[in-house]
Design a protein around this ligand. Structure first.
Ligand code: BGC
Length: 341
């Protein structure tokens, strides 16, 4: 993004040559430049050319998402017997924390070194309809290798559903004007996914991926079974939450692995969260790019999170944070300048 007097842009770079940029608006990850063995670099994140473009796009490019990632059906939930009405921003539902979610807020700089950036945000009591005040810290850290760690730390003054995630869109073949992620190969460590209704709200069913176009247990090209299933036709492609294998929960096994079409860059994503939203960029057409506009499927998002609409599914992993508890999660994006499969 070109510098703007209205946004602060921070650069981190490690000795392995990984260089990222983040801005205070939305604690947005602006750029991820991966060094290749031949000495060249590759931009693997989708992004916009200016702050104004970031502010007008609605794809949540690179943004930090809160308080609650993805949808809450009917923009309401009952917690401890009390009903809460949220600000809706997609029909009657709430998406990604509401009309003024964390992606629309200017985060406060806490500290910045060459390898780490820490920013914080106070979401006031009642913000977007959520109970209590919530204080969040996001920490971007580079590892020794081509790793980016995005750590979240949050506390609340009243019980509240909390589902922080990151909305990076990747294209490991590089951010060209004709970028397309369909030749990427993807593996997701999940046996089940959550079917959705016509408003993209999970129906409550956990469906086996076996025998469907949702089966990424073995690496498969993103384009191979795209639009094959009725569930995908509803959402113009993949836009579903996977129920991650319990084996991922200790953080030692990747929840997802992704390989560029040309095999020169790969990504391993580690998380302890129970779910992963795989979104194949179905509505990216017309979104402002660094040059021109993106096309449908220009990039894809892999968003570790609690399952969408969990506040209305007490039978699913508990997403409620209570006073005195800390929400602590780290997403680990490990890039490789090689094949992973
Ligand atoms: C959601 C999509 C939504 C997109 C917004 C994704 O996390 O799953 O349904 O369209 O964010 O760009």
């Amino acid at each position: 993004m070109t510098p703007s007097p209205d946004a602060r842009i921070f650069t981190l770079e490690n000795t392995a040559g990984l260089r990222i940029q983040v801005m205070d608006h939305g604690a947005t990850w602006l750029s991820c430049s991966v060094p290749l063995p031949d000495g060249s670099r590759r931009e693997v994140l989708l992004g916009c050319a200016s702050l104004a473009d970031y502010q007008r796009q609605t794809a949540y490019l690179g943004a930090t998402i809160g308080r609650y990632a993805n949808r809450i059906g009917n923009a309401r939930f009952v917690l401890d017997g009390q009903r809460h009405e949220l600000a809706a921003n997609e029909g009657r539902n709430q998406l990604h924390g509401g009309p003024v979610g964390f992606d629309r807020r200017v985060w406060h700089l806490e500290s910045h070194t060459g390898l780490e950036l820490v920013m914080s945000l106070v979401s006031e009591e009642g913000d977007q309809g959520f109970p209590g005040q919530m204080t969040t810290t996001v920490r971007y850290t580079l590892g020794d290798d081509l790793s980016v760690h995005v750590g979240f730390d949050a506390t609340v003054t009243a019980p509240c559903p909390v589902n922080l995630t990151h909305h990076a869109y990747f294209n490991l073949d590089g951010d060209a004007p004709d970028a397309d992620c369909r030749a990427h190969r993807l593996r997701i460590a999940a046996q089940e996914f959550l079917p959705v209704d016509a408003e993209y709200i999970p129906t409550g069913e956990r469906r086996a991926v076996a025998g469907t176009g949702f089966d990424f247990r073995q690496p498969r090209q993103v384009g191979e079974a795209l639009m094959r299933d009725e569930q995908q036709q509803l959402t113009r492609g993949y836009d579903h939450s996977y129920w991650l294998d319990a084996a991922c929960a200790d953080g030692s096994r990747p929840a997802a692995e992704l390989e560029a079409g040309d095999g020169r860059v790969s990504l391993q994503l580690y998380t302890r969260l129970p779910g992963l939203q795989f979104y194949s960029g179905n509505f990216l057409a017309g979104v402002p790019a660094r040059e021109g506009e993106y096309r449908q499927h220009a990039g894809l998002a892999l968003e570790p999170q609690f399952s969408p609409d969990s506040p209305n599914h007490p039978e699913w992993p508990d997403c409620v944070l209570r006073p005195g508890q800390r929400y602590q999660q780290t997403l680990h994006y490990r890039f490789l300048a090689s094949r992973v499969f």
